[in-house]
Write a protein that binds this ligand. Structure first.
Ligand code: G6P
Length: 612
């Protein structure tokens, strides 16, 4: 986690850096800080808490440096405090560093440095970086253009763990050096100015031309040039990538919060994700995939591996792969999958879903599957993200930048894309043609149905006013609706801090029903036609025990059976998760607003989890 930004150019660096930090706050907001080169000395200003504390610091306006680095922190080593905030300097105040990741062997390196006379002022792993660079720098007797880079590379070769690092040096006032390993970092190319950031949206208003750095590579930025080096400091060439996202897609555009904007962007996100992959009369096309009937027919299973909301999208994928393609599919949380010695071999297809493409556990699970000989396929929203560079094949959701920590449009786009992928497989395998034709028709109609579902917002907002003070809630479903219950419950926890459980409705009576109390809210999803009666019986069981009930359904059910029923448009059961989650995203959003919480930046969370 953590967000880093860098600027080198002819403008005052501090406003540009702070602007970038504000956009990166979703990556952590325990502290924020910037460091600039001011008349041959390094300045540092930092504070605990949000970026707004930083720009209220006295003296921040007087920074005039045109080269600088900045950081917003999600604390790992060392509690959130001013002294643990980045940037960190070495003892001689020659180097200033920001870091995203964890230096796992920092205890050892810290001891080494203490033994060599260095003093530490924070509890962070990061503080060893500038000091170790200084250690090597002071030992190098050759003073040339590359001395700074050599010392930095020497220090980095000692690190174990993950890092995205920006470093500036007072002796090289016209340079900034960056490197990465398993942590995201992009370089933006401008006109006589260059940028660095943890992600593209943070600097999208300045440039749409980017360079992507691979693990262990270095970039040396000056105002007019960017030079790239490999691990051994051999010069390498890189191609600039032009990003199509427009700058306003990373702005709130009149919405109160990014989350609300992103909920409303779902019709477009789904339309863009469907793209031109098929028409009602033509087969699905994924030019980037090589799969043949022989390969798919010999698969022993598909594994879908992801974290958080992306894992919930994987659950919808399991349902579709098994029903449509008759391929046994398992879904696992990346952090568990890695350590269970999974049954993966060359006959397993492993699919990894990650909005950011940077989730550390998902990337590590992917590497494991490659070692075991499986083919790997990444589904990501970010072109060029780490996961897409590791995987054998990649396909993309086209949701546009998702800024709010709680995922909404990325989830529905992931469900959409994995459904189209399953159709593609089924077409190759020549199974279920009778189901596929009407399903394709339904897909084409989906964006309109999402628009229709969004018109329910007002009545959901009214309902949220009745329940926002609750302490506990239950979400129930059966079949595909149970996977939506999981995602709805996660959304509520994340942004409203209300404890909630999701449960398969039929399983409730085997324990959790003991928790149902008078007036507790139980929310149920009913879209599986063959499970309507069973669901109604389960809901009766909680009504009998005093629960208030809300039902989200696309079925013809007597509304009088429940306290509140919300009717969503009918669609194919393969697509229903995309529609039934929308009222529940809105419900979580409005409950959070009613409670006066920060919807986009819920406490303790970060959007991109780049630590294991
Ligand atoms: C974090 C975010 C979630 C997200 C999960 C996986 O926990 O808060 O919203 O679903 O990471 O992220 P990914 O980028 O891999 O989809």
């Amino acid at each position: 986690m953590c967000g880093i930004v860098g600027y080198i150019g002819n403008q005052k660096a501090s406003p540009i850096l702070i602007n970038g930090l504000i956009r990166l706050e979703y990556r952590g907001y325990d502290s924020a800080g910037i460091s600039t080169i001011e008349k041959n000395s390094l300045s540092i200003m930092k504070d605990k808490g949000r970026v707004k504390n930083l720009y209220q610091l006295e003296g921040i306006d007087s920074l005039t440096g045109t080269v600088g680095i900045a950081h917003t922190r999600w604390a790992t080593h060392g509690k959130p405090s001013q002294e643990n905030a980045h940037p960190h300097m070495d003892n001689s105040k020659t180097f200033s560093v920001v870091h995203n990741g964890i230096i796992e062997n920092y205890h050892e390196l810290r001891k080494f440095l203490i033994d060599h006379g260095y003093t530490f002022y924070s509890q962070t792993d990061t503080e060893i970086i500038p000091n170790l660079v200084h250690y090597y720098y002071s030992k190098d007797t050759v003073s040339d253009d590359l001395k700074f880079l050599r010392a930095f590379q020497h220090a980095c070769s000692d690190f174990k763990g993950s890092y995205g690092i920006e470093i500036i040096c007072k002796d090289y006032p016209d340079q900034m050096i960056v490197t990465r390993k398993d942590s995201p970092l992009v370089i933006g190319k401008g006109e006589e100015e260059n940028y660095v950031s943890s992600d593209i949206p943070a600097i999208l208003s300045f440039t749409r031309n980017f360079y992507l750095l691979n693990d262990f590579e270095y970039a040396v930025l000056s105002r007019n040039a960017i030079s790239f080096y490999d691990q051994e400091l051999q010069s390498i060439a890189k191609e600039v990538k032009h990003i199509e996202w427009n700058a306003s897609s990373a702005e709130k555009d009149g919405y109160e919060d990014f989350m609300l904007k992103e909920i409303y962007e779902q019709p477009t996100a789904i339309r863009e994700t469907i793209g031109a992959k098929f028409s009602e009369s033509s087969h699905c096309v994924f030019d980037e995939l090589p799969f043949t009937k022989e390969y798919l027919a010999t698969l022993n299973r598909i594994y879908i591996i992801a974290c958080g909301t992306a894992m919930h999208a994987g659950l919808a994928g399991k349902n579709t792969f098994e029903k449509l393609c008759k391929i046994s599919t398992e879904v696992d949380v990346a952090s568990e999958f890695r350590y269970r010695n999974p049954l993966v071999d060359e006959k397993t297809l492993c699919i990894f879903i990650s909005q950011s493409g940077e989730t550390a556990d998902t990337i590590a699970a992917l590497k494991l599957c490659k070692e075991k000989g499986a083919k790997t396929l990444a589904i990501s929203n970010v072109i060029g993200s780490s996961i897409t560079r590791e995987a054998d094949y990649s396909i993309y959701t086209h949701a546009g930048p998702e800024i709010a920590v709680a995922s909404t449009k990325a989830y529905t786009s992931q469900v959409m894309l994995i459904t189209i992928l399953a159709i593609y497989f089924a077409e190759i395998l020549e199974c279920n043609q009778n189901v596929i034709t009407p399903l394709k028709k339904e897909i084409m109609e989906l964006p309109k149905k999402i628009e229709e579902t969004l018109t329910l917002a007002k009545s959901i907002q009214d309902f949220s006013k009745k329940i926002y003070q609750e302490k506990d809630m239950f979400f129930l479903g059966r079949g595909i609706d149970e996977t939506v219950a999981k995602e709805a419950s996660l959304k509520l926890k994340e942004i409203s801090y209300i404890h909630s459980e999701s449960y398969p409705a039929g399983e409730l009576k085997h324990g959790p029903i003991a928790l149902i109390e008078n007036d507790m809210t139980v929310i149920s999803i009913i879209t599986e036609p063959n499970l309507v009666e069973k669901m109604i019986s389960n809901i009766q069981e909680v009504i009998t025990r005093g629960a208030k009930t809300l039902v989200i359904t696309n079925q013809e059910i007597d509304a009088n059976l429940f306290d509140r029923m919300i009717k969503i448009p009918e669609t194919s059961p393969f697509l229903s998760p995309i529609l039934s989650i929308i009222p529940l995203q809105l419900l979580s959003y409005y409950i959070s607003k009613e409670k006066g919480l920060d919807v986009d930046k819920p406490r303790n969370l970060a959007k991109s989890v780049t630590v294991e």
